[in-house]
Design a protein around this ligand. Structure first.
Ligand SMILES: *[C@@H]1O[C@H](CO)[C@@H](O)[C@H](O)[C@H]1NC(C)=O
Ligand SMILES: *[C@@H]1O[C@H](CO)[C@@H](O)[C@H](O)[C@H]1NC(C)=O
Ligand SMILES: *[C@@H]1O[C@H](CO)[C@@H](O)[C@H](O)[C@H]1NC(C)=O
Ligand SMILES: *[C@@H]1O[C@H](CO)[C@@H](O)[C@H](O)[C@H]1NC(C)=O
Ligand SMILES: *[C@@H]1O[C@H](CO)[C@@H](O)[C@H](O)[C@H]1NC(C)=O
Length: 343
């Protein structure tokens, strides 16, 4: 299939003819107003790194071809003039007489006009093909995760390369899938806690699938207590007090009875799981009733809530039997667990 060197019949005279014809395709040689021949330009699009094939066919087995890159001769017939190892001519017999140009590992500098000249009876015909080289979008620099206080300003950036120039857009992924404006910068002033979460930068052009990078925006805000509850208890039974607070960073909890800070001790336990703290007291005694306060604190402030823990006014609470106490002690981990897990 590959025409090795069929140039035995290709006389020096006709080679000279081709070269003469070729030189006439150099811009300097084109007579004014005769550029019309170059107006019908086919475009071949290739991605950077791929192999491009610019198709050309000879008229018959006797006609000769040549390839030009802009105004430089690359091939005349089977002779390679170009020193570039990536280029070759793909020839084929049969009726089609293919004389196509193959360029391996296409790069941006290869973009431009290529010309296939077909020589037939000293009547040259030129086919212009524009090779367009595209580069997939690639994000090469993007903001790292940021932490900001509520009400602060955030400036995010995202930079991408590609050909054509990729368009950049931003999306807030979680918790709200919201689209932001297009552009390298995403500036948010007076940020709210709803605007915290994961953001995604999307760079796209028509060369391939978009390239994305994501980052996390953390918005700090002071704690607020949104729930405080307890289960009513009689003497010798177990009291559970639950306190829930929101805040970023996750608040730390403190418990007080009156003004006395409570800590883990015999019969008193404090379990904290993320935004929830549970104070449990086994074997309630009279001196443990009183005004309980839960304090949630983080670097931006603190919040507190108080509620009285009163002894039961009815007899139904008191007089726990030994069995009852044992049962409570046995059930406690279960109760505590479900209490912590309750939403
Ligand atoms: C075409 O010419 C340009 C400019 O001289 C050059 O940079 C490029 O490498 C050439 N490409 C091929 C495939 O010859
Ligand atoms: C945040 O941006 C607003 C305008 O968008 C500006 O008035 C304000 O001073 C900025 N705040 C900070 C802390 O930079
Ligand atoms: C976003 O903020 C950065 C840094 O403060 C600034 O340089 C840039 O011009 C801003 N961009 C827009 C679109 O407001
Ligand atoms: C409960 O407390 C009372 C009074 O302090 C004590 O006498 C009793 O032994 C305790 N019971 C348990 C099960 O700890
Ligand atoms: C409970 O304690 C808190 C904090 O010490 C206090 O502000 C509140 O007034 C107290 N409530 C009662 C009813 O004593």
């Amino acid at each position: 299939m590959v025409a090795g060197r069929p140039d035995v019949c290709f006389s020096v005279q006709s080679l000279a003819g081709i070269i003469f014809t070729l030189t006439c395709f150099l811009p300097s040689c084109l007579p004014a107003g005769r550029t019309g021949e170059g107006t019908l330009v086919d475009t071949v699009t290739s991605r950077q790194g791929d192999t491009a094939l610019l198709r050309c066919y000879l008229l018959d087995g006797l006609s000769k071809g040549a390839w030009l890159n802009r105004s430089s001769i690359m091939f005349t017939g089977g002779d390679k003039w170009s020193a570039d190892p990536r280029v070759s001519v793909v020839t084929g017999g049969g009726n089609k007489h293919e004389y196509s140009l193959q360029i391996q590992k296409v790069d941006i500098s290869d973009e431009g006009r290529y010309t296939c000249v077909v020589q037939n009876n000293l009547n040259p015909q030129s086919n212009h093909i524009f090779l367009s080289v595209k580069v997939p979008p690639k994000i090469y620099d993007v903001s790292s995760d940021v932490t900001v206080n509520e009400g602060g300003n955030v400036s995010l950036f995202c930079m991408a390369s590609g050909r054509p120039e990729p368009s950049i857009s931003w999306r807030h992924i979680t918790p709200l899938a919201m689209k932001y404006q297009t552009g390298e910068d995403l500036n948010i002033s007076g940020i709210t806690k709803d605007q915290a979460g994961e953001y995604e930068c999307i760079a796209q052009n028509d060369a391939s699938a978009p390239n994305t990078k994501s980052l996390r925006v953390t918005v700090n805000y002071p704690p607020s207590i949104h729930e405080m509850k307890f289960t009513g208890v009689g003497v010798a039974r177990t009291a559970l007090l639950r306190c829930e607070a929101l805040g970023v960073p996750t608040p730390a909890f403190e418990w007080y009875r009156g003004t006395k800070r409570l800590t883990r001790a015999q019969g008193t336990d404090i379990q904290t799981l993320r935004s929830r703290s549970v104070l449990s007291m086994t074997n309630m005694t009279q001196d443990r009733y009183g005004n309980y306060t839960c304090v949630a604190v983080n670097m931006l402030g603190k919040a507190s809530a108080s509620m009285p823990l009163l002894p039961p006014s009815t007899a139904s609470y008191g007089g726990a039997s030994r069995v009852g106490v044992a049962l409570v002690a046995w059930l406690l981990p279960l109760v505590l667990f479900s209490f912590l897990a309750m939403c």
